[in-house]
Design a protein around this ligand. Structure first.
Ligand code: B12
Length: 218
């Protein structure tokens, strides 16, 4: 910890490496926090906080889209490193397979990419359907990959409505499936009205919300 007064300062510096897209420093600090005995859970949380903080800077025009993409790469790199360094997944994570995609009519896939990386870092098996995904393609994906969770992203006010038929058809054909949704114009009330089991505003809450619905048998 030599350069830092406390473990919290070390973790904050780790989180900030994402904003500065400094992969080299991130690896160095990752080694330091692991040596300090910080839990993988806490490390992952700090990386997600760094990523969300970079994301909010796009909204305030403090970060260009191009810069954000490099920050996203650094965050994914960090999350993969922690996942590989022996973080043990729990039963919920091990037993669940997730099909994820962005609704038809919507090309915005960055929110989905973030959520996907977080799920991977937490040990979930995830199958990416991409963006502009039709109802049929989602259904095929669920069947082919024997998914237990359906994660849907909708990023435009005009595409949000396309979430409902996916959930409706998926639940009709696969009654066991749990649906979690998110996206810029989505909210809790809308998600519930579309038949979703959970909604997450961002990557900070997605794991907790997913575990809650799975542990409650939805
Ligand atoms: C980048 C961008 C693009 C890129 C997309 C690149 C890509 N690969 O994603 C490009 C250039 C392709 C694009 C195109 C268009 N875009 Co655009 N785009 C944006 C922009 C600037 C950023 C969106 C983004 O990626 N944010 C970053 C993500 C990571 O943040 P986030 O949404 O908050 O994601 C979090 C949550 O939503 C949640 N989440 C997201 N998905 C999921 C899923 C699950 C399961 C869960 C649990 C959570 C979750 O977690 C995420 C992580 O924190 C926004 C404006 C803005 N400032 O938001 C416009 C914006 C979304 N675009 C817009 C428009 C209109 C378009 C176009 C139609 C423009 C045009 N006239 O051609 C086209 C689409 C054309 C088409 N084919 O339909 C509008 C939408 C307006 C509306 N009413 O909905 C916006 C809002 C701009 C604006 N102010 O007008 N766009």
């Amino acid at each position: 910890m030599s350069d830092f007064d406390s473990q919290e300062a070390l973790l904050t510096a780790l989180s900030e490496t994402i904003l500065h897209h400094d992969d080299e420093k991130m690896e160095h600090l990752l080694n330091a926090v692991v040596k300090e005995g910080v839990s993988p859970e806490k490390i992952k949380q700090k990386l997600i906080i760094g990523l969300e903080s970079a994301k909010s800077r796009i909204m305030t025009n403090h970060l260009s889209m191009a810069e954000f993409l490099v920050c996203l790469d650094t965050a994914i790199h960090g999350l993969e490193n922690v996942a590989l360094s022996g973080s043990r997944e729990n039963e919920t994570q091990k037993n669940n397979r997730i099909v994820i995609g962005v609704v038809k009519g919507d090309p915005h896939d960055l929110g989905k990419t973030i959520i996907e990386s977080v799920y991977r870092a937490y040990g979930y098996t995830i199958f990416d359907m991409g963006s502009n995904v039709s109802v049929e393609k989602f259904l095929k994906g669920i069947e082919q990959h024997q998914a237990t969770i359906l994660a849907i992203s909708a990023m435009m006010s005009t595409s949000t409505v396309n979430v409902e038929p996916i959930i409706h058809e998926a639940k009709k054909r696969f009654p066991h499936i749990a649906a979690i949704v998110g996206g810029a114009y989505m909210n809790e009330k809308l998600a519930t009205s579309y038949g979703a089991d959970a909604y997450s505003e961002n990557a900070l809450t997605v794991i907790e919300n997913t575990e809650t619905i799975m542990n409650n048998g939805r």
